[in-house]
Ligand binder design. Structure first.
Ligand code: ZN
Length: 442
């Protein structure tokens, strides 16, 4: 008797592009026990998930989100990054109390889970980050996250300005308590906001803290033209060159965006093994630009996908990001710039590699954690058939996700979140947003 079987679906293991077959996924003790190519009757399982007329794929991975920003959704449209930060996002983060942080994390993580994302690399605000981890623990997502760091008085608003030593000490304390918690499902990433928000000393402290503990480093880089111009004005270097000078390049560094990069910076990313998270939805909405992802992939850079934050997207849907990644790059590189299988790989296998968790998740293989998303094929846009990657990347939406399993545990069934009450989460979010808005107005 095994714990769980996912029966009768079209299995897309993502071990290699283009491969799929009908079969059953057998799960026991949180792990994939076996994948059987043909439906068999003799499997005895405590629970069965019906995947007929559905695709069974590795749990989807987002390499850059901000669940703490979820309450500001639909409140920050029509702005470029500098104004978006200064007039909306920073005042909002400063106005959040602990309950607000929790409500935002609940909303963001529930949306991720119900949309088929099983793993996320997340960026916090400066305070109350314990509340985010507690929500991630309860809701059951695989989650690597860190509080952000902001100590440069020249750039940051006073309400979020931190003391360098206290900021690092807080991250160290969070990391010690949450890294590898929940059976290894949670992880810590040291997350300075971006080059301009931190003093050089704090950036160096962040790098030292992460490397002393084997934690990931996660920051934003080269998203907006005025950002890189300001870096050049203040430090007389290109942005990636400056980050490299403080140690913020390397295989353990995940940089969100990379929209505006010189040829030399692209080579530096490739040579150092630095990861890039492509966030096309946010880059378009904030009018930041289009990252040269085919160019980075040609150089061998490891690239994942992410929705960024709800106020700059306005959804945390990996399907939206996949559709954009699969279409946007045709403008510069022609219609076959990034094929659907390569895009699906970015949201699964390559995303796992970017986060150094490819031994655990990112493909469906015996012995890996049973992180699985089942996507129903009933929608009009998924008819009448066709290649699974094409259907997922160009035809599917987050609403097509039927079931989600993480570490062998069903988290979403028939579109319903099992680990928390959806109506309660939405109620908390509305109440917390009204409270935060009142404090923002005051
Ligand atoms: Zn971001």
């Amino acid at each position: 008797m095994i714990d769980l079987v996912i029966r009768g679906g079209t299995v897309v293991p993502m071990v290699e592009n283009g491969k799929y077959f009908s079969g059953d996924v057998l799960i026991d003790n949180g792990k994939i026990l076996e994948i059987r190519r043909h439906q068999t009757d003799e499997i005895r399982a405590r629970q069965t998930i019906d995947a007929s007329e559905a695709l069974v794929i590795p749990g989807l991975i987002q390499c850059h989100v901000h669940v703490v920003q979820s309450l500001l959704r639909h409140q920050a449209d029509g702005l470029e990054l500098p104004d978006w930060l200064q007039t909306r996002t920073w005042p909002y983060e400063a106005a959040l109390d602990g309950d607000g942080v929790q409500a935002a994390a609940e909303l963001g993580i529930a949306e991720l889970l119900c949309g088929g994302t099983t793993t996320a690399l997340d960026f916090g605000t400066t305070h109350d980050h314990d509340r985010v981890f507690r929500v991630a623990e309860e809701l059951g997502i695989r989650f690597i996250s860190g509080k952000t760091h902001m100590d440069d008085g020249y750039t940051n608003p006073p309400a979020l300005l931190e003391d360098r030593d206290a900021s690092v000490a807080e991250a160290e304390d969070l990391g010690r308590r949450w890294h590898n918690a929940a059976g290894g499902r949670l992880g810590y990433a040291v997350a300075p906001r971006f080059a301009l928000s931190c003093t050089k000393g704090l950036l160096e402290d962040c790098v030292a803290l992460a490397r002393a503990n084997g934690w990931l480093l996660h920051t934003h880089a080269s998203e907006n033209l005025s950002e890189i111009e300001e870096v050049r004005r203040r430090f007389n270097r290109t942005n990636i060159d400056y980050l490299d000078s403080v140690g913020l390049t390397g295989p353990d560094v995940v940089l969100a965006h990379g929209v505006h990069l010189t040829k030399e910076e692209k080579h530096l990313l490739a040579e150092t093994g630095t990861r890039i998270c492509h966030c096309p939805g946010a880059n378009l909405k904030l009018a930041s630009g289009i990252a040269d992802i085919p160019g980075l992939l040609d150089l061998g850079v490891s690239v994942g996908l992410g929705a960024d934050g709800a106020p700059c997207n306005n959804r945390l849907s990996i399907f939206h990001e996949m559709a954009l990644a699969g279409t946007l790059h045709t403008l510069r590189h022609g219609p076959s710039a990034l094929d659907a299988w390569s895009v699906l790989a970015m949201a699964t296998r390559d995303g796992a590699r970017a986060l150094h968790i490819e031994d655990r998740t990112g493909t469906l293989e015996t012995g890996k954690a049973a992180d699985i998303t089942v996507v129903g094929l009933d929608a009009w846009s998924l008819q009448p058939g066709g290649d699974p990657a094409s259907r997922l990347v160009y035809g599917a939406t987050a609403g097509d996700v039927r079931h989600v399993v993480i570490d062998g545990r069903p988290i979403v069934e028939d579109g319903i979140l099992l680990t928390a009450s959806g109506p309660e989460i939405q109620d908390h979010a509305r109440t917390a947003w009204h409270a935060a808005r009142r404090r923002m107005e005051a």
